[in-house]
Design a protein around this ligand. Structure first.
Ligand SMILES: [Zn+2]
Ligand SMILES: [Zn+2]
Length: 266
């Protein structure tokens, strides 16, 4: 870690001024937008849709390109989902965001009092805070997800809808009941709150979180996927196994909780 700290220090010489300028630009011009209680839900939906777009292209290419089909995770994944399935999924997600997620997270945000420090975080601080958010969110999600599978009432009323997809696709990451969508967004917001991180770190955490949820569900084991780069991440094969087996791989990203609880399935 001493080496990593040294690398980060070196990196700070380059990126600290960039971070500071970015942060000043955001603070001076966009503070009103940052303070909007509707921002988290709006950004969550927008980034989800944007991050899904490349996978929609892959799914469409899958019908004509053998190479794309070969990246699909085997275990009975069949042909890629149709554009029609994508379309219906999009409307379901949009409807739940507008009716429940947007108003409820707006209430949560007004209870929170965000602060805007004058200084941007250092590169090292940004890294530590984002990593801490992920560790905390991963643990909270594991507990919540495990409970939803163990308590039949929770499973039926909250989680079952997400399991309609035995072979998920990118957009299906958010195809869940309103209660589940809301709980996931609140877990992410609370993680950042508990860690007490800089607003810039929080934004980066939410962006990465959104991307990794999409990657988990994309249905492809791509050569450049994050879990191939970072072996402690489960990635799409790990989460797709959860969708087909139900009783393993409860954590969203890291695999250590499933290893500890004996619920890991390779
Ligand atoms: Zn589940
Ligand atoms: Zn899932």
């Amino acid at each position: 870690s001493a080496h990593l700290e040294k690398v980060m220090f070196g990196c700070d010489m380059v990126c600290a001024p960039v971070l500071q300028r970015l942060w000043e630009h955001v603070r001076n011009g966009q503070e009103e937008i940052l303070l909007s209680p509707y921002l988290p839900a709006f950004c969550a939906l927008l980034t989800h849709v944007l991050f899904c777009a490349p996978f929609l292209v892959l799914d469409a290419l899958g019908s004509v390109c053998q190479q794309v089909r070969s990246w699909r995770i085997a275990a009975g994944s069949g042909s890629p989902p149709s554009i029609r399935r994508w379309f219906y999924c999009f409307w379901r997600v949009l409807y739940k965001y507008l009716t429940i997620v947007l108003p409820a997270t707006a209430l949560f945000q007004t209870l929170r009092s965000p602060t805007f420090p004058a200084l941007a975080p250092s590169c090292w601080q940004l890294f530590v805070e984002v990593f801490a958010c992920f560790l905390l969110f991963d643990m909270l999600f594991f507990i919540w997800h495990f409970s939803m599978h163990r308590v039949p009432w929770l499973y039926r009323n909250i989680h079952q809808l997400h399991h309609q997809h035995h072979t998920p696709f990118a957009l299906a990451a958010q195809d869940a009941s309103s209660a589940e969508l809301l709980s996931l967004l609140l877990l992410a917001l609370s993680s950042a709150w508990v860690v007490g991180c800089h607003p810039l770190s929080e934004v980066l955490f939410h962006l990465l979180n959104s991307w990794m949820a999409v990657e988990d569900h994309c249905g492809y084991n791509l050569p450049w996927a994050l879990h191939r780069l970072l072996p402690f991440l489960g990635g799409a094969p790990f989460h797709q196994a959860h969708h087909s087996l139900y009783s393993s791989n409860y954590a969203p990203y890291f695999t250590h909780w499933d290893h500890l609880f004996g619920t890991y399935h390779a």
